[in-house]
Ligand binder design. Sequence first.
Ligand SMILES: [Zn+2]
Length: 190
Amino acid sequence: MRLLTHTAFGLFLGTVFYYLFNLDIGFILLTGFAAFLPDIDWIMEFSWGFGSVHRKLLHNVWFLTILVFLVLFLFRELILVLAVIVGFTSHLLIDSFTVTGVYWLYPIGKYHLKGPFSMSRAESKSIEKYLQTAFFTSSGLLFFARQILLPGVFSYEGIILIGALLIAGYYLFKAFGKVLERIIRGLGLL
Ligand SMILES: [Zn+2]
């Protein structure tokens, strides 16, 4: 999956936690950022000359475990650990729907999860665009739902307000996704 699809799904799951557990907005952004981390093995393979490591070396629960200990050691904040776990796992989850799949316990060959989604197919880009739009709009709506009491959809006012929030939410979360994408590329990590 593409970078923006991963950050969009990470932002979405981050927003679900934000909504359910009254968390800080920083939690959402960190989850969106952590959702890209496994793909550092892409640049390791294609720019840093590490050989055939993409979808293997960092796409597994062992690297997640190392990250968890690293974050605990550096920041001693359980909430940051949770954001990393949610974001990172979201990445492995949606990569598991691709034909290449994910070796969750690499180098142990068992637990190779894969699916039907092929990124080389012509329509894959537009499918990912639809996914991103769905993640951005639903994240936005959940985000606003914590700030204001949403009206019922069985009135004109309700329909108009929810429609406006869906559009505003889409642009807000797309902006979050784009900022994260710029930071990740700026850091030279993809
Ligand atoms: Zn990946």
